[in-house]
Design a protein around this ligand. Structure first.
Ligand code: 5AD
Ligand code: SF4
Length: 480
């Protein structure tokens, strides 16, 4: 294999694990466009495919914003694009295989259009095994850059255009907070707002702390300015984003924390505020009180439990027991009785016994979640769980997933019945993709509603009477 080492910086899981005491750098002027790149994309198009979570969706908005400042226009047709970026997710093996499938397809595309610049970014770019595989087998890739290198896109693109060799720039560092990047938001009425980056939890199964660096918070001033300007532009809803929003502010030397931020964001008067994701370990009573107190903080909390068995939770490194989780769950429900709570669950974690899995089912019976995202455990290279003995066969894992999913469906259906004949407030997002005569949007409780209504009300919050409650969606009629 060719020695690429002189051309690039590649990722290192070992470096990515490091958590030092150094202060986080907040940088306002890191974004730079080389003069000869200004307008370089005029008359040309870009295509970005995003995999994974909202952090990636938000990053793709930044990538789109950067490419548009260089003159490129967006296209939904990959064949029409001169720049193609895959913003990848590393959370499970199947997410990665999907990306490799697409990389294979792009080989064909590159044969018919050799001038296309083809880039890989996002979480997979932070993994040594992935980089090795791309370098060995996928020479159609022109450019690889990591989650800490997004602001460098104009410079990397320039290198990729000039050089015949693959450009690779992946920093495995703890990370900075970089402000003032361009952005092209996908939705006109709801927006994602990053409040922090990275993760320090190091759950034993999870790759994220390695791919996204240490927990670091944006300054509240920057966040509030962003929220106020979104409100002034007419946005109805914002979602505050972080791998664990509860950790917001822990890297500051003051007592300003997530509850303080939530309160300040609520006071901006933006109609709807959501946040994701919350780790049960540091979900405080102050946070619960703030959510209860402000009508514009939506009563819908995503609270991943992962397992209902304390021993498994311990091996997952989750920092709470079944009892502690249930105590928090019950406190939230007591203070905010109508709050919808959703969760994430992993089945088949190494060593999970039938009895331990039964504990997950019994916890689910207690919590009667509105919805759950369920996964079969997937070993991630370099994480502690990947080194644990995994003695559960795939058939058993699948059976557990099916049984859990049956319960998820049953409870989702049951929870939705509560809204039958009720009047709910819906933020109208647009016309339903399946039926031109129907509008679609979400309630305060994050329930999807398809309904007959006035198309002129798209972008507004309107009252809708629910006439049918199904497992995955509600059906209704707008009240004139
Ligand atoms: N295998 C399976 N599921 C995982 N998740 C995170 N890492 C893994 C893994 N290695 C799930 C968790 C997390 C969600 C985003 O993805 O449930 O909350
Ligand atoms: Fe996937 Fe996690 Fe990266 Fe989001 S942060 S893209 S879920 S690996």
């Amino acid at each position: 294999m060719k020695d690429y080492s002189k051309y690039f910086t590649g990722p290192s899981l070992k470096d990515a694990k490091h958590r030092g005491k150094d202060k986080v750098h907040h940088i306002d002027d890191a974004y730079e466009v080389p003069t000869d790149m200004i307008g370089i994309g005029k008359g040309q198009k870009y295509f970005i495919q995003t995999y994974g979570c909202q952090a990636n969706e938000r990053d793709s908005e930044t990538l789109a914003g950067i490419l548009e400042t260089l003159g490129y226009d967006a296209t939904d047709e990959i064949k029409d694009a001169q720049v193609v970026l895959l913003n990848t997710c590393a959370i499970r093996e199947n997410a990665e295989e999907k990306v490799f499938g697409k990389i294979g397809y792009l080989k064909k595309l590159k044969r018919t259009n050799p001038n296309i610049i083809f880039g890989i970014c996002g979480c997979m770019a932070q993994e040594e095994v992935v980089i090795k595989r791309i370098l060995e087998k996928h020479h159609q890739v022109d450019m690889i850059f990591g989650t800490h290198n997004i602001h460098r896109l104009p410079i990397l693109l320039k290198q990729a255009m000039l050089e015949k060799e693959m450009v690779l720039e992946v920093w495995s560092k703890e990370g900075d907070v970089i402000e003032n990047l361009p952005s092209h938001r996908v939705h006109p009425y709801k927006a994602w707002v990053n409040i922090m980056y990275g993760c320090n939890k190091f759950c034993t199964y999870c790759i994220v702390p390695y791919t996204r660096g240490k927990e670091r918070s944006r300054l509240s001033k920057e966040i509030l300015e962003e929220v106020v300007s979104l409100k002034n532009e007419g946005y109805q809803e914002i979602t505050l984003l972080g791998q664990n929003v509860n950790s917001y502010g822990k890297d500051f030397d003051n007592n300003y924390n997530f509850a303080s931020l939530l309160e300040d964001v609520a006071k901006t008067g933006i109609p709807r505020i959501r946040f994701t994701t919350s780790h049960p370990w540091d979900f405080t009573d102050d946070m619960i009180d703030t959510i209860a107190q402000y009508g514009n903080i939506m009563p819908a909390i995503h609270l991943p439990v992962q397992s209902g068995n304390s021993e498994v939770l311990k091996r997952m490194g989750r920092r709470y027991s079944r009892e502690q989780y249930l105590d928090l769950f019950d406190r939230i429900k007591k203070r905010i009785p109508d709050c919808t709570i959703t969760t994430d669950i992993i089945v088949g974690f190494p060593g999970e016994t039938d009895e331990q899995f039964e504990d997950t089912l019994s916890l689910y019976e207690h919590c009667e979640y509105d919805l759950a995202y369920t996964f079969i455990y997937s070993p991630r290279d370099g994480t502690p769980a990947a080194a644990m003995e995994d003695d559960i066969d795939i058939h058993t894992k699948e059976q557990r997933l099916y049984r859990l999913n049956d319960l998820v469906n049953e409870k989702a259906h049951m929870q939705n019945q509560k809204y039958l004949h009720q009047i709910v407030e819906v933020l109208v997002e647009g016309v339903s993709k399946k039926d031109d005569d129907m509008l679609t949007g979400y309630t305060a409780h994050q329930k999807l509603v398809n309904f007959k209504g006035n198309k002129e009300h798209i972008g507004r919050i309107v009252p809708v009477r629910i006439i049918e409650a199904k497992t995955w969606a509600l059906k209704g009629e707008e009240i004139e």
